[in-house]
Design a protein around this ligand. Structure first.
Ligand code: SF4
Ligand code: SF4
Length: 343
């Protein structure tokens, strides 16, 4: 059932929800962006409706609750090991359709990519429910429609989007119906807003030739890319991490193990014993990242990894466009795809 709520009505709903859930949502941080006086929108815990940024796409993704940039997994002594505690209060995350689709990718990697589920991810995942932020417009660099991530029809407790009166909410979870009804201006039947096309469009090649690995298209990124890794850290579908053991100074045998975010673009990611490194140049790293997102993941799981949120294009300090690279890969694969469509 759908409802129109005033801003005050939505505040009442958010306050009531915050009794039951820890609420995580995109929050505008004034002046904390990469240049003076530029804001950044990133996820944080909220308690009030006016803290939630509903009008703009977030610069960083929701994944920071499910896969924090730095998470202590356990503490150890010479003879004992104890898992780090995690508050057991349920969590509600506000996120857009592309990010809802990204949840499936995170689940795939952490829960269904081998015989064992990732226990530390699973315990967080089990706490989480979602509130869908409807997209009334497409933002700069979004190409969600090309990736089939523009629309979400289920998996959320309720949706929310800005309207002339305040917000509109589509309540999917029956137990929340009374709360929304009690704070609504009026009921209204509608489906969450979604965009049907974006200014940026890409076509993913169905097949790529083996020669793509040596194609000169990657060479320019060896000099243009500065391997800062920002494209990975904002990406809702990047799942790589590394481990750090932190030893306390008073007793060097006691400490904690942390899982920290990793990036296939930064130095050291492919270092191996004996001083080897699989991908030394930034062009090789770019090739790996792009082909992983649009070729290798699909070979393994049957659908693309990238959800077209466009954040990697938004954030790159060198103005490298990932969607342009996809177009170059598509062009370089023209003969292969002609064969596919001719069959
Ligand atoms: S954000 Fe840009 S410069 Fe930084 S690693 Fe990614 S592609 Fe390279
Ligand atoms: S690769 Fe870029 S566009 Fe695709 S999901 Fe990651 S950040 Fe979004």
């Amino acid at each position: 059932m759908g409802y129109v709520l005033s801003n005050d009505g939505f505040e009442q709903v958010v306050q009531a929800l915050s009794d039951k859930y820890r609420l995580f949502a995109p929050v505008r941080k004034k002046g904390m962006g990469r240049f003076t006086d530029i804001d950044v929108i990133m996820y944080d815990e909220v308690n009030h409706a006016d803290e939630i940024e509903l009008a703009q796409k977030s610069d960083y993704s929701f994944k920071e609750f499910l896969t924090p940039l730095s998470e202590t997994l356990f503490y150890f002594t010479e003879s004992q090991c104890r898992e780090a505690e995690l508050p057991d209060k349920p969590v509600l995350i506000f996120l857009r359709s592309c990010d809802m689709h990204a949840v499936r990718r995170l689940d795939q990697i952490y829960l269904d990519n081998g015989p064992e589920k990732d226990w530390f991810y699973l315990r967080r995942r089990n706490l989480v429910k979602f509130a869908l932020i409807g997209c009334t417009e497409s933002f700069e660099n979004c190409f969600c429609a090309s990736m089939g991530a523009n629309k979400t029809e289920d998996g959320y407790e309720f949706s929310v989007e800005l309207s002339d009166d305040g917000v509109r909410c589509d309540v999917a979870e029956a137990s929340l119906e009374k709360l929304f009804q009690a704070n609504a201006l009026r009921p209204e039947t509608f489906s969450p807003a979604f965009v049907t096309e974006n200014k940026v469009k890409v076509e993913i090649p169905k097949k790529v030739p083996a020669s793509i690995l040596k194609d000169p298209l990657w060479d320019e990124y060896t000099t243009r890319c500065i391997n800062c890794g920002r494209c990975n850290f904002v990406c809702p579908t990047c799942t790589c991490y590394t481990m750090q053991d932190v030893f306390y100074t008073d007793n060097g045998k006691v400490g904690e193990r942390r899982r920290v975010g990793g990036s296939c673009m930064v130095d050291g990611y492919t270092n191996v014993a004996g001083g080897g490194q699989y991908r030394r140049t930034n062009g090789e790293r770019m090739r790996f990242k792009v082909l992983h997102k649009i070729v290798d993941y699909r070979k393994r799981f049957g659908y693309d990894m990238c959800v077209g949120c466009g954040r990697c294009d938004d954030v790159c300090p060198e103005y490298i466009s990932y969607t342009n690279i996809i177009k170059k890969v598509f062009d370089a694969s023209a003969d292969e795809n002609k064969e596919v469509s001719d069959k």
